[in-house]
Write a protein that binds this ligand. Structure first.
Ligand code: FAD
Length: 437
């Protein structure tokens, strides 16, 4: 069982039980805050397909329940040792070792729904966190000393409200003071998860499944197409990212057509095309993006955004879920430090934003850089210098302990914030942004 910190008396309302909201809930609970999660879906279903967690997120997962959560997730995930790069026509470019196995900071790629269920059950069943399903939050409210949400006609108040409600966030309206609709990134992804048995029976694809897990990518002009074979050759998942200027107002995820994927992959390696031909169905996922928000924190700093509601990621960053998780850890840590007398709650919430903002932006930009180097690859140069298209394995991103970092930087960031607030308002008017004596 987890050890828990003493109760802080801080009541946190979390809207959305995605990876961001669940991590925030788990970490708030572990750090002694009272937690309530409100989630619009009425039952937990294994939605989605492949999702990745970097070692920076693996470090968080292994810290839960003496490693038992990590032990449950690991067998569901990809266990290849090498990631292969090919030109669209099948020409071999290079191979890159994946993150090495680690007991303290492993990387995971697996089915979003399956991993999500493990997070969800840990929060609800093991930790006993209250999760109310079928609760769509329709309105966010805030007063100087508290924040609340309106759900099913009832207003529920807390000390802090976390809007971890995804790319179509409603919480963002209160935080920004206006409706800020997500926009198309100019790209969409055809994506699928399927039984890999048909690949084993086809001579073109047999080699991809007969020896267990396998991971390969084909790169073409403004397209990258990745196939992962998981669970020892039992399941296959693929994602094909391509240009798409479709309007995302109405829907951003709906059934795709296999023939449309094959059109995008016209002229591609027959092996890669055959994987698509052998897949019964796929999803057409419009990639939503937005420019960095001016702030993630409301006027009275009692409501804040977290995860995709604050900062959607391109899949080429492979950090969307990981950064949402880091947000949850850092916010819970800041609130714990506030409860320990280091600041008041609004300052803790603003400090969370300040600690997170720059790092998240850097990780987002890395995703754009990776997309551009793949989608705009000059193959003559790439074949001369294949290392140039490999994934970056920067220590600032993957070797990072977000909790330790938050603890170490808390006091200096609070001081910086107070200085900024003092300059903006004049010292005498600084009321909410004040360090506890
Ligand atoms: C159904 C689904 C499938 C996905 N599949 C994949 C995938 O296959 N691969 C991948 O890389 N990424 C996938 N993602 C995105 C990925 O999970 C996120 O980008 C990342 O994990 C960050 O998570 P988040 O918690 O910030 O947001 P999300 O995962 O989007 O979670 C937001 C949560 O808030 C809930 N919510 C929204 N509005 C309200 C409201 N008004 N009241 C109450 N609850 C609300 C949503 O139901 C959702 O559970 C998926 C997301 C969802 C919701």
């Amino acid at each position: 069982m987890d050890e828990h910190a003493p109760k802080t008396g801080i009541k946190v309302i979390i809207v959305g039980a995605g990876f961001g909201g669940l991590t925030a809930a788990i970490e708030c609970h572990r750090k002694g805050h009272d937690v309530l999660i409100l989630e619009s879906f009425s039952e937990i279903r294994p939605l989605g397909d492949i999702i990745s967690f970097g070692p920076n997120a693996g470090r968080i997962i292994t810290s839960w329940d003496n490693g038992s959560i990590a032990d449950k997730i690991s067998p569901l995930c990809l266990h290849n040792t090498i990631f292969h790069f090919k030109r669209f026509d099948g020409t071999y470019i290079t191979s890159q070792p994946v993150h090495p196995p680690s007991k303290t900071a492993p990387a995971y790629s697996g089915h979003r729904g399956e991993i999500h269920e493990i997070f969800f059950n840990y929060a609800r069943d093991t930790l006993g966190i209250e999760i109310r399903l079928g609760c769509r939050v329709l309105e966010y409210v805030e007063e100087p000393g508290r924040a609340g949400v309106v759900v099913n006609g009832e207003t529920i108040w807390g000390d802090v409200v976390i809007g971890s409600d995804g790319v179509k966030s409603k919480a963002r309206e209160l935080v920004l003071g206006f409706v800020d609709k997500p926009k198309s990134s100019g790209y969409a992804i055809f994506r699928a998860w399927a039984d890999a048995t048909p690949l084993l029976h086809d001579p073109l694809t047999k080699h991809m499944v007969e020896n267990g897990d396998y991971h390969v990518m084909w790169i073409g002009p403004d397209v990258h197409y990745i196939v992962a074979v998981l669970k020892g050759g039992k399941d296959v998942s693929w994602v094909c990212t391509h240009k798409d200027e479709a309007d995302i107002e109405e829907s951003w995820s709906f059934p795709g057509k296999i023939e449309d994927v094959l059109k995008v992959l016209d002229g591609y390696d027959p092996v890669g095309r055959r994987v698509v031909e052998l897949t019964p169905e796929c999803i057409d996922w419009k990639l939503v993006y937005r420019d960095p928000l001016p702030t993630w924190v409301s006027k009275h700093a009692r409501t804040c955004l977290l995860g995709d509601s604050a900062h959607p990621f391109l899949p080429t960053s492979m950090q969307g879920a990981s950064q949402a998780m880091e947000d949850g850890v850092v916010l819970a840590t800041c609130l714990q430090l506030a409860a320990a007398g280091k600041s008041d709650i609004p300052t803790a919430v603003r400090t969370y934003e300040k600690i997170r903002y720059g790092r998240v932006r850097q990780a987002q930009l890395l995703g754009e850089e990776t997309r551009d180097k793949w989608h705009k690859a000059d193959f003559e140069k790439v074949l001369e210098n294949p290392d140039a298209i490999k994934l970056k394995r920067d220590d600032w991103l993957f070797g990072f302990d977000c909790e330790q970092d938050a603890i170490e930087r808390y006091d200096s960031v609070v001081k910086e914030l107070l200085g900024m607030a003092g300059m903006a308002m004049g010292k005498a008017q600084v009321t909410e942004v004040s360090v506890a004596a």
